[in-house]
Design a protein around this ligand. Structure first.
Ligand code: GLY
Length: 295
C-alpha cells in the first residue's frame, strides 16, 4: 500500500503549515488504505483535507479568476476499469474532488459548472462562502501588476494531487485546483483533463501533476509518463517527460507510482511540497528531486 500527495510545485518555499497539512492529508488517506478502503476513497480523503485547509490553491483556498470569481477544477481516475470523473469551473463548492467522484459514477466523464453544481447540491455537498477580503485584496494586487502577469503566472501553482496503490493492486489518481495565480475568466488548465493532469491504469501506473496547465495539456503529460512507465521505472519516466516539457517552456511537478509500488516525486521548479505514506511511516518535504532542463 502506498499514498503519495503533493501540495503544488513552485518557486516559493512552502511554509511549515502547508507541510503539516500534507502530513495530515497523508495520515488520513493512508488510514483508509490500512482499513481496507478503496484507492478512490483514499485519494479523495487526502485531497479533501487539502481543499478544506484554505492554504493551498484548491477548494477553500482556490485562486480567483480575473473577474473575481473562484472557478475550481478537479478530477479523479481509477486504474481497474479506467473510470474517471472530472469537473470544470465549479463555483461555490468546497470540495470539487467529491464532485469529480460523483461525476465518475454518472454516465459522463467531464461536466462543467452548470450541471456539476446541480449534482453537488443534490448530494448536499458543503458550500464555499463568497471570496473573503484577503482573496479580493490578493486579486487587486495581481491586477495592479499587469506588466508582470507572466512572471506571477510562473511563480507558484499549489494545485493539490494524490496517487495511491491499495492492497488489492488497484491504482488511483486525483487532483484539485483553483488554476494559476493570474488567469482570464473561463480559463481551464490541465487538472480536469484526463491524460493531462492525472492518469491511472492498474497494469502500468498512476500520475498526478502540478504546474502551468497550458504546457501540461500540450504534452498530455500524465498519459505520456504512464506510457514511459511501460518500459522504465517512475524516476526515469518522469525525468524524460519533464525534460520534454521544459523544451516547450513548461514548469511542473509530478508524483508517479507504478504497479510494483515504486514511486517518484519530481519537479522542474525549485520546490514541490509533497510526501508519501507507506508501511514504514510518513515522509513530507518542501522539495524532492529537481529536474533541470537539458537543451
Ligand atoms: N495545474 C493547474 C492549472 O494549470 O490549472
Amino acid at each position: 500500500m502506498l499514498l503519495v500527495v503533493h501540495g503544488g510545485a513552485g518557486e516559493r518555499m512552502p511554509d511549515i503549515n502547508s507541510l503539516k497539512k500534507l502530513y495530515e492529508s497523508l495520515s488520513s488517506g493512508y488510514k483508509i488504505l490500512s482499513n481496507g478502503g478503496t484507492v478512490l476513497d483514499a485519494v479523495t480523503e487526502s485531497i479533501m483535507v487539502l481543499e478544506n485547509s484554505g492554504i493551498f490553491n484548491a477548494g477553500a483556498g482556490g485562486n480567483l479568476q480575473l473577474d473575481g470569481v473562484r472557478r475550481l477544477d478537479a478530477s479523479i481516475m481509477e486504474g481497474k476499469y479506467l473510470k474517471a470523473g472530472s469537473v470544470i469551473g465549479i463555483e461555490g463548492i468546497r470540495n470539487p474532488i467529491k464532485v469529480a467522484q460523483l461525476i465518475m459514477d454518472s454516465p459522463h466523464v467531464m461536466l462543467t459548472h452548470m450541471v456539476a453544481r446541480k449534482i453537488a447540491d443534490s448530494n448536499n455537498l458543503e458550500l464555499l462562502p463568497e471570496p473573503d477580503k484577503k482573496s479580493l485584496e490578493k486579486l487587486r494586487n495581481i491586477k495592479k501588476k499587469e506588466k508582470e502577469l507572466v512572471k506571477i503566472f510562473k511563480q507558484y501553482f499549489s494545485t493539490v494531487g494524490a496517487v495511491a496503490l491499495d492492497r488489492y493492486g488497484n491504482l488511483g489518481a486525483g487532483a484539485s485546483t483553483g488554476g494559476i495565480p493570474a488567469m482570464l475568466p473561463g480559463r481551464v488548465g490541465d487538472t480536469p483533463i484526463i491524460g493531462a493532469g492525472i492518469y491511472a491504469e492498474n497494469s502500468i501506473g498512476a500520475i498526478s501533476c502540478s504546474g502551468i496547465g497550458e504546457n501540461i495539456i500540450r504534452l498530455s503529460l500524465s498519459k505520456e509518463i504512464c506510457m514511459n512507465l511501460k518500459i522504465m521505472p517512475p524516476h526515469n519516466a518522469a525525468v524524460l517527460s519533464l525534460r520534454r516539457l521544459s523544451k516547450i517552456g513548461g514548469e511542473a511537478g509530478v508524483i508517479v507510482i507504478n504497479k510494483k509500488g515504486q514511486f517518484a516525486l519530481i519537479h522542474t521548479t525549485k520546490y514541490m511540497a509533497s510526501g508519501y505514506a507507506h508501511k514504514k511511516g510518513i515522509v513530507v518535504k518542501e522539495s524532492f528531486k529537481r529536474v533541470l532542463p537539458s537543451f
